[in-house]
Design a protein around this ligand. Structure first.
Ligand SMILES: Cc1ncc(COP(=O)(O)O)c(C=O)c1O
Length: 397
């Protein structure tokens, strides 16, 4: 059956706004991520899920090992609720959370924090100076995986770590190895310019060619440099993991011998921004429904709310996509509004007050910051309702 009548019927007792997760679509996406990973484990990026019961379902499937959390308070909460092997992928300056981590050996065993400088180590030392005895804090070294060309005049990739070359990584690894209270457990090098940039963007052939060329060169440079960084660091310690990649780069990243695992999160929900990759075609799985509340003119309806913009550089790509019925577009002067959103197009002719319009968020987990629950759809049925992080009173970012 078409998705729209199926979703409408399964949720007919609910009043929008609400969000749904199509479990069949998510499972198909998960299976495809595992296939693309070719036998290497996938660490699940929680920022792109933000719902504990859904994380539990994912971790029960084969192919997934460990979580990649986005804040230390989140990781502590997840570890306390039974999740294991949690890498906090972004540096933390949260004193209370660091003290909590150092105060509980079980938490310290399950959680790894990320650093890219001696300043980060000093910060942790300062904060936990009064904790005795102190369990070893597990450390992940963040390596810059960005692409630099033309003598530094061109750079692609996220501005993260300044640790880039094998010698720099070795210096920091040596520092960690000689400091009591820390154990270097892993390396992470996230190639955002490949994993998070679609290589088939619509309507701009010159840009498409430039992206593909950049990604090809970056991947070629990274396979050498990441390998050399890992070798340099392994002189000082045994690494439990070397993490790289994301939903958009899995098959490329796992080909590198030095990489032991890949990260992925967005691929489960398959939000709008992930429609533009050649290597895979996901199934949209997460949606929100907004009610039609008025019909201000021909071929125009207005839905309640809608302004759930995604993070990143502001622009049309960050808008939610009016998805079903197909063919609706925003009014140029209003876009996705704070309290109401006009939608234009032939498809509006058939919509009546009380009908739903189904949207996709541009990104994955941010949807769950807008809704307290995800309603779970399986086949033609509503099979459950689970709280998002927000629904559990947790707004980590
Ligand atoms: C460190 C790191 N790894 C991996 C990812 C990829 O996540 P996703 O699969 O959700 O795109 C991200 C996304 O920002 C990240 O920051």
């Amino acid at each position: 059956m078409d998705a729209r009548p199926r979703y409408d019927r399964a949720t007919e007792t609910l009043d929008p706004p609400f969000a749904i997760l199509d479990l069949d679509a998510m499972r198909a996406n998960a299976a495809d991520l595992v296939r693309r990973a070719g036998g290497k484990p996938i660490r699940v990026a929680t920022k792109s899920i933000r719902c504990r019961p859904v994380l539990e379902r994912i971790m029960a499937m084969d192919g997934f090992h460990g979580l990649m959390a986005f804040t230390l308070p989140e990781a502590l909460w997840l570890a306390r609720s039974g999740f294991a092997d949690i890498l906090v992928a972004y540096p933390t300056a949260d004193r209370a959370a660091l003290a909590e981590l150092a105060g509980d050996p079980r938490l310290a065993r399950e959680i790894t924090v990320t650093v890219d400088s001696v300043e980060h180590l000093d910060y942790v030392d300062d904060v936990v100076a009064d904790v005795h005895p102190r369990p070893e804090i597990r450390i992940c070294l963040d390596i810059d995986a960005g692409y630099i060309a033309f003598g530094g005049k061109f750079r692609a990739g996220a501005l993260r770590s300044t640790v880039r070359e094998p010698e720099q990584a070795a210096d920091l690894a040596a520092e960690i190895a000689k400091r009591p209270g820390f154990r270097l457990a892993g390396l992470m090098a996230y190639e955002a310019q490949i994993a998070g940039v679609g290589d088939a963007p619509p309507g701009n052939p010159a840009m498409t060619r430039a992206i593909r060329l950049m990604q090809q060169r970056s991947a070629r440079e990274l396979v050498m440099r990441r390998g050399r960084v890992v070798n340099a660091v392994r002189q000082f310690c045994d690494l439990d993991f070397v993490n790289g990649g994301g939903t958009g780069s899995i098959e490329r990243t796992v080909r590198e011998k030095a990489v032991t695992e890949v990260a992925a999160g967005s691929g489960f929900f398959h939000p709008r921004l992930f429609d533009f990759y050649r290597a895979f075609t996901g199934h949209p799985a997460a949606f929100f429904a907004l009610p039609v509340v008025r019909r201000p003119g021909p071929a125009t309806v207005t839905v309640l709310g809608g302004g759930y913009l995604a993070s990143g550089p502001a622009g049309p790509s960050r808008l939610p996509q009016p998805y079903l019925p197909p063919g609706l577009r925003y009014a140029p002067d209003e876009g996705a509004g704070e309290v109401q959103t006009p939608l234009l197009g032939e498809a509006a002719e058939d919509l009546r007050v009380g009908d739903r319009v189904w949207f996709r968020h541009a990104k994955a987990g941010e949807l769950c910051e807008r809704f307290a629950a995800l309603h779970l759809i399986e086949g033609d049925d509503l099979v459950g309702t689970v709280p998002t992080y927000r629904g559990e009173g947790k707004t980590f970012l």
